[in-house]
Write a protein that binds this ligand. Structure first.
Ligand code: FES
Ligand SMILES: [Fe+2]
Length: 377
């Protein structure tokens, strides 16, 4: 890696800031340096809305999911009244992690000394604390985190203040209104733990340049048009009359299109990044997301979630027909996984330098600028 004295000096990035066809890519250290990564977590991921899953993954009161987001253990749950909540996953007694994995519970009981919390976070059981002086249970409830939803998608923020999720998303909900995302169900999730920086994966998802090479024996070349965006997102539209969630040879077996699609959505597929690190593809019969959860400068957990309209999932032939969709994801995604890990290996070379961009990858430049705006601020 090239040695720089202060990697947060904005003048180092002046060429990254140029319009895409004049710009350089981010320097290699942005993908490898622990220092740069730490700034991304502190100044970006922890300051914005982060997508974490679908509401319908925890449908019933007491359903919970524990996850680690940027080294923060958190709990997402549905309380008795049906409201979704997020808490820091740490006991107010001596800090133990309270929940792991996913499941259903009536109360949250600490595995260490059995303090118990109601699903609204109130501390309700404290065995053995009778003699402790001036101890007021009310002061020791779980620490709540901000949680908001849009069309069934759940987002969490570690920032106590700041804009609402809908302000953050700008005009994206409007673009996708005709897909009726709120009527969809997540039918499958898969995770991959990859040896690459989160930006490498996201950039790959948001450019078409690689498709002719990397996906030549699966989904093939894709041609896209930039979308105008207002809000914390960028996007492209790929005009094509048929769904892209199937391999070309399986197209005869496609589900019917989402009945409410507007004329543009009926004629193609949207690809979006919701900053910082969630990719969405919305095609004519389904949508899927790719979350890039950074776990280290050179490690990322990719989680793919596939959602179909409830009416499609209710079809008697759903289980049989959906297999072809799963095959498409299971074929194309590992191609992106492998190339992303190769890019990480190369970019880690001490001889690696900033490169240039093609007209087929303008969003790669946008991603760089979005990150730099936050990291250098
Ligand atoms: S650490 Fe949770 S009850 Fe003691
Ligand atoms: Fe790809």
């Amino acid at each position: 890696m090239a040695v720089v004295e202060n990697m947060f000096d904005p003048t180092l990035y002046s060429k990254v800031r140029l319009p895409p066809l004049e710009a350089e890519t981010m320097p290699p250290w942005c993908y490898t340096s622990p220092e740069f990564y730490r700034r991304e977590i502190d100044r970006m991921f922890k300051k914005v809305w982060n997508f974490i899953g679908r509401e319908d993954e925890i449908p019933n009161p007491g359903d919970y999911k524990a996850l680690d987001l940027f080294d923060e253990p958190i709990i997402i749950l549905r309380d008795k009244a049906g409201q979704l909540r997020a808490f820091a996953n740490t006991c107010r007694h001596r800090g133990t992690r309270l929940l792991q994995g996913s499941g259903n519970c009536r109360v949250i009981s600490c595995p260490y000394h059995s303090w118990a919390y109601a699903l609204n976070g109130d501390l309700i059981g404290t065995p053995g604390m009778e003699q402790t002086l001036n101890f007021d249970k009310k002061q020791y409830g779980l620490i709540p985190l901000r949680l908001e939803t849009w069309a069934g998608f759940v987002f969490v923020s570690f920032d106590e203040k700041g804009e609402s999720l809908l302000e953050y998303l700008g005009d994206l909900p409007e673009k996708l209104a005709s897909h009726r995302l709120e009527d969809m169900v997540c039918v499958r999730r898969r995770e991959y733990d990859l040896a690459c920086n989160w930006k490498i994966y996201l950039e790959n998802a948001m450019e078409e340049y690689h498709t002719a090479t990397v996906h030549k024996t699966s989904i093939g070349k894709q041609i896209t048009i930039r979308e105008d965006s207002h809000g914390a997102w960028d996007g492209m539209f790929m005009p094509q009359k048929t769904t892209i969630a199937l391999l070309p040879e399986d197209l005869a077996n496609a589900f019917p299109p989402i009945p409410t699609l507007d004329s543009k959505a009926a004629g193609g597929t949207y690809f979006f990044v919701i900053y910082p690190s969630t990719f969405f593809a919305a095609t004519q019969d389904c949508i899927w997301w790719l979350q890039e959860f950074p776990t280290a400068p050179n490690r990322t957990t990719i989680s793919i979630g596939s959602c179909f309209p409830r009416s499609t999932v209710a079809r008697p032939d759903f289980d049989e027909k959906v297999r072809a969709y799963y095959q498409r994801w299971d074929k194309a995604l590992p191609e992106d996984n492998a190339i992303s890990e190769l890019q990480q290996e190369g970019i880690s070379s001490s001889y690696s330098r900033a490169g240039r961009l093609s007209y087929q990858e303008p969003v790669v430049g946008d991603i760089a600028n979005w990150v730099l705006d936050k990291v250098l601020a």
